[in-house]
Design a binder for this molecule. Structure first.
Ligand SMILES: [Zn+2]
Length: 400
């Protein structure tokens, strides 16, 4: 291994205290080994090798962004549907003509592995170009054993092809497929008895998610799926209380989930239980860009009860075709009322926690995943809406 990588003369936002105005970060191998003022950095000679010193010329350096909720593996797209909605057609009419999630499920089942991988990797590269060094990818558009497992394998391959870290989540319980519409419990049986054991046996997923809502799985069905996942040794998360308050937040707390996501209708009691259980609240601002009337989570109650808040793109072909986490941070601030600090914590430290990781900070001992920005302070990245300010990223000590 060659010598250290030293980033000097940057503005370093460690996510653990004040911005370091003229800061340096020393990387040895794949880890951060030192962070502080440029003038105080240990001499390169002490590393025993020739250090690669990179002068950041005053640029901002932050932890690499963590997008902890995406659905970027899918076949087809919903561009036509988007256009029809903008032209005034109703959701109902679009659904009756085979649109919505059912069309994505059909297109995903039809797509080849190569098609699914190429399109997912392109989307991952977009997220990375906007500063993400870790992303989560869910299955959930297969809804049969074969296609769900195929989606998970493809999500895992995105890591190599797009060159960033991927946390894979099994979301077989995304919605009840058409062929089980009259017998949803039989689909829950399939998830619990066939899909989950295969996922665990083959190590295909890092966590398991389920959509707990009136249009998806009720609280009892969700609990059955997620308890089975836990019995198989897999951490869990929940799409919770998005369309109505059916106790998803409370369920996430009682299961000790890593995260509960959406939460637009979550109760104060549920959010407090999440705070007590250490469950991260993942906020999803993307739908607010499509629909000005989209419900918003109650951030002031979240703050009040002390639940940790993360921000994610929820990149998906229907409600949130959003491939920039900084833009999601902007909308979380402007529409949901987060402060700049909360949005940054939400896309770094708290998002990492939602994936069960202690990363998302710049500190000795942590994997060297960083984003370098053509900006001088964190607020600027949120202020320039939709801009491409990411200069480059560092992943596992490799400057890209
Ligand atoms: Zn989602």
């Amino acid at each position: 291994m060659s010598g250290d990588v030293v980033l000097t003369h940057g503005r370093v936002a460690t996510m653990q205290g004040a911005l370091i105005d003229d800061g340096a970060v020393v990387i040895t191998g794949d880890r951060i080994t030192w962070v502080g003022s440029s003038g105080d950095r240990p001499s390169a000679a002490s590393s025993g090798g020739s250090a690669n010193v990179i002068d950041l010329e005053g640029r901002l350096v932050t932890p690499g962004l963590v997008d902890c909720h995406t659905h970027i593996v899918f076949g087809g797209d919903r561009v036509d549907e988007f256009e029809r909605r903008l032209a005034g057609e109703s959701y109902d009419a679009i659904h009756r003509s085979g649109g919505g999630i059912a069309s994505t499920v059909a297109a995903t089942r039809r797509a080849t592995d190569d098609e699914l991988l190429a399109t997912a990797a392109d989307r991952a590269r977009q997220l990375k170009a906007h500063g993400a060094t870790t992303i989560e990818i869910k299955s959930g558009y297969g809804l049969d054993v074969e296609t769900e497992l195929r989606m998970l394998r493809i999500a895992r391959q995105v890591e190599q092809i797009a060159g960033l870290r991927v946390h894979v989540t099994f979301l077989g319980a995304h919605t009840v497929p058409a062929e089980f519409r009259d017998e949803p419990d039989r689909y829950v049986d399939l998830v619990c008895d066939d899909m989950l054991p295969a996922v665990a046996r083959e190590g295909l997923a890092d966590s398991v998610d389920a959509f707990c809502d009136t249009i998806a799985f009720d609280r009892g069905q969700t609990e059955r799926i997620l308890r089975r996942a836990k019995d198989l040794g897999l951490p869990v998360r929940v799409h919770a209380d998005q369309l109505s308050a059916i106790g998803g937040a409370e369920l996430a707390a009682s299961l000790g989930a890593l995260s509960a996501d959406h939460l637009e209708h979550a109760s104060r009691v549920g959010l407090r239980a999440m705070a007590d259980a250490g469950v991260v609240a993942v906020l999803i601002p993307g739908p607010s860009l499509i629909d000005a009337d989209a419900p918003r989570p109650n951030v002031s109650v979240m703050r009040d009860v002390g639940v940790r808040m993360a921000v994610a793109t929820d990149a998906n072909p229907g409600t949130s075709p959003l491939l920039s986490l900084p833009l999601a941070m902007t909308v979380a601030c402007t529409r949901f009322g987060l402060t700049v600090d909360e949005a940054w914590q939400g896309a770094t430290t708290n998002a990492a926690a939602a994936l069960g990781s202690a990363g998302g900070v710049i500190a000795p001992g942590v994997p060297a995943d960083l984003a370098i920005w053509n900006a001088t302070r964190p607020a600027e990245v949120i202020y320039w809406m939709g801009a491409d300010l990411c200069d480059r990223v560092v992943i596992g000590g490799v400057v890209q």
